[in-house]
Design a binder for this molecule. Structure first.
Ligand code: 5GP
Length: 207
């Protein structure tokens, strides 16, 4: 039997970052999470690479046939059709890291976050919504980014309005108004969830 007060190995968590396209999830993740020992899970997508995106670093760019084949083989923890393209997280990518006791971070849309919550309930999964200060700010950011043609911008803005309605389903909301502040909130969320887990583990041992 474990001695009182001795901590069991800390279980890992799946942090899920969601929010409208253009809200700055990627920048926020890179800025906030370096040095926190978090594994970022690289999604598969049927979208074509944008200029500067790298295979295996930004996404695994695969064909629709390949994506369908992976769906049929049950390889995805979650997947969704987002703005006309498929995106998905492979189960084994996540579970292999979690088995090693590592925390994993996903960047997925709201449909994906819901699926994760079903297969991995709280507290193992932590759902974080990154919101823009307003839809108008998001529109400005999407145009400034310049990666999408006008019709795609309109599609992303319409989806953003729908996604914002899902905020109550999330454990935490971060308004990405200022990168420094938003990063510090995200780091705090991660550290707080780890700390809570440590406390629960040590209390369980005491009982
Ligand atoms: P983008 O095309 O701008 O890279 O991504 C479009 C949207 O797809 C973003 O909201 C992004 O979070 C979401 N996304 C990226 N990877 C995944 C994934 O593996 N699963 C799901 N459900 N959504 C994803």
């Amino acid at each position: 039997m474990d001695k009182p007060g001795i901590k069991k190995p800390i279980g890992s968590k799946l942090f899920v970052l969601s929010g409208p396209s253009g809200v700055g999830k990627g920048t926020l993740r890179e800025h906030a999470l370096s040095g926190l020992g978090m594994i970022y899970s690289i999604s598969c997508t049927t979208r074509s690479p944008r200029e500067g995106e790298r295979e295996g670093t930004d996404y695994r760019f695969i064909s629709k046939e390949d994506f369908n084949d992976r769906i049929e083989r049950g390889m995805f923890l979650e997947y969704a059709l987002v703005h006309g393209n498929y995106y998905g997280t492979q189960s084994e990518d996540v579970r292999a890291e979690m088995r090693l006791g590592r925390d994993v971070l996903l960047e997925v849309d709201v449909q994906g976050a819901r699926q994760v919550r079903r297969v991995m309930p709280s507290p193992e999964s932590v759902l974080i919504f990154v919101a823009p200060p307003s839809i108008e700010t998001l529109e400005v950011r999407l145009r400034r980014r310049g990666t999408e043609p006008e019709d795609k911008i309109q599609l992303r803005l319409n989806n953003a309005r729908a996604e914002m309605e899902a905020i109550p389903e999330f454990d935490h909301v971060i308004i990405n108004d200022n990168l420094e502040q938003a990063s510090s909130v995200l780091r705090d969320i991660v550290l707080e969830n780890r700390r809570k887990h440590e406390m629960t583990s040590s209390e369980k041992v005491k009982i």
